[in-house]
Design a protein around this ligand. Structure first.
Ligand code: SAH
Ligand code: F3S
Length: 490
């Protein structure tokens, strides 16, 4: 399990179905019960589990890393691909023996799969007692009571407002250096392959005051880096609350005083000059020049953009309802490279979308060849129930072809990652120390502003230091170097 946690930290943008058990140290003696939380999928789920830990801890629960000690077991689920769901159903089976030994144990499913499957979860997986969608975690204490009294405990109501702005997340899974801070929930983009708009609802943004307050408290605790999170951060828009789609009905004053993502970034960068700031994810269609300019102006905004393109073929992009063309995407990359020449750029690609042919696949490979991404996450198309693609398009690319195209894409990415890595050799770069290296306790592991992992001898440096490291060598995923001194940059 620790291993899985490391994978998550190393690949912080991946919907990888990662399991991480969550540990919360006892901070007071009030706890009377124990809960175990396991999280899968995207960063937002891991961030939500910290909100859940906070809600539970206010209700006398201590969070334990051992499911066998817990009277409440919660699984925060992912629906993004069929494989992720299958993995969770299999994992639920593992808890059968615990429930057989102690029928009082309650098992809850949280997150996107809970929202998608709803009440049917109780019939399909007899072990499940509680089903809670992503916007209903505040109802958990009530649902737990219901389950104890054998009353159906399901809440999958989606909200029109930012739901958890007033909750101070408890930093579980944390190195106490880097934290996630949610700024938007839901997504209005309706990419035809994607289940997220159905499981996480319409897009809404969080009050900037509550975002700033959360970052203040992180800074006070010694955190050095934060990642602003949202399915679609670039479309952040605060106009006093409410759904993004209702902005057109806002008053003139609300419109005049509204805060877009570039303004939020500037505000955070100026208020917290000693904090490294990251953000994810950016849909290319929503990324503005203003955001790139703000990134360029503030050293503490990390020079890395995760910019999923999904496909290099205009025909497929249209069918995916991605509202940019290959040419517009390339123009955006050119703009980024012009304004921030050393910017790290990563991607997500889906291969084998319905009707994708060899020419479309070649278009994807040639776009990769043009950009030469630092890294990326590559997936075979998985049909998701309820999405427009599942209703309109036949999943007609065979598994063999999907697999072959995926291998070609992964191989090309590996080649590009290696080229990017090698370009750092000989340079001295600032690294934020995060944790022990996986391979040696004598070495630290940290990341550069471009999000590249660097490993080096510890010397006298400690976790949380910004260190200048001279890069000597690399593997396809890690830079190897010598620490020189404390860094003046961040
Ligand atoms: N909001 C992000 C993506 C969130 S989902 C964006 O703007 O693109 C994360 C990634 O999972 C997506 O970028 C996509 O590459 C992949 N994904 C989503 N639905 C998928 C599906 N049905 N099959 C395969 N991969 C999928
Ligand atoms: Fe999904 Fe597209 Fe939104 S990939 S999360 S619908 S931007």
């Amino acid at each position: 399990m620790n291993n899985s946690k490391e994978i998550l930290l190393k690949n912080p943008y991946k919907h990888n179905g990662t399991i991480t058990s969550t540990v919360l140290k006892k901070t007071s003696s009030k706890f009377t019960k124990k809960a175990y939380i396991e999280s899968y999928g995207c960063q937002m789920n891991f961030s939500d589990s910290e909100v859940v830990a906070s809600i539970l801890s206010s209700n006398d629960y201590e969070i334990t890393s051992k499911p066998e000690d817990a009277s409440l077991i919660l699984i925060n689920t992912c629906s993004i691909r069929d494989k992720a769901e299958q993995r969770i159903r299999k994992r639920l089976n593992d808890f059968n023996h615990l429930k057989k030994n102690n029928s009082k144990i309650k098992i809850g499913v949280l997150g996107c799969m809970a929202e998608r499957v709803k009440h049917k979860f109780l019939e399909e997986e007899k072990i499940v007692d509680i089903v809670v969608g992503p916007d209903s975690y505040k109802d958990l204490p009530n649902l737990i009571e219901k389950a104890k009294n054998n009353i159906e405990a399901v809440n999958v109501i989606l909200s029109k407002n930012e739901t958890y702005g007033n909750i101070s997340p408890i930093r579980i899974n944390s190195n106490n250096i880097s934290a996630f801070v949610s700024i938007t929930r839901g997504c209005d983009n309706m990419c035809t392959f994607c289940v997220v708009p159905f499981t996480r609802g319409r897009e809404r943004s969080r009050d900037p005051n509550s975002i700033i307050n959360e970052i203040y408290s992180l800074e006070k605790k010694g955190f050095k880096e934060l990642t602003l999170l949202g399915q679609n951060v670039d479309s952040y828009l605060w106009y006093g609350g409410g759904l993004k789609k209702d902005f057109s009905n806002a008053s003139d004053l609300q419109k005049k005083t509204s805060i877009s993502f570039d303004k939020l970034l500037k505000l955070i960068a100026e208020t917290f000059p000693k904090m490294r700031i990251r953000f994810s994810t950016s849909n290319p269609q929503d990324m503005t020049t203003e955001v790139i300019k703000i990134m360029m102006l503030y050293e503490n905004i990390c020079k890395h953009i995760h910019l999923p393109f999904q496909s290099g073929s205009n025909r497929i992009l249209k069918k995916m309802n991605r509202l940019y063309t290959r040419e517009e995407y390339i123009a955006l990359i050119k703009k980024i490279r012009k304004l921030i020449p050393d910017c790290g750029i990563s991607h997500d690609i889906i291969t084998g979308f319905p009707s994708e042919n060899e020419k479309d696949h070649e278009d994807t490979l040639s776009l990769m060849e043009y950009v030469k991404y630092d890294f990326g996450y590559m997936f075979a198309y998985s049909e998701r129930p309820g999405t427009l693609a599942s209703r309109k398009y036949e999943d007609n690319v065979s598994l063999t072809i999907k697999k072959r195209r995926l291998t070609e894409i992964i191989n090309l990415q590996q080649k590009h990652s290696h080229i990017r890595m090698k370009s750092f050799i000989g340079k001295t770069i600032c690294v934020l120390v995060e944790k022990n290296s996986k391979k040696s306790d004598l070495k630290w592991s940290g990341r550069t502003t471009q999000n590249t992992v660097v490993v080096f001898e510890k010397k006298n440096f400690k976790i949380g230091d910004f260190v200048d490291v001279k890069i000597k060598d690399c593997t396809s995923g890690t830079l190897l170097g010598d620490a020189i001194s404390y860094s003046k940059s961040i």
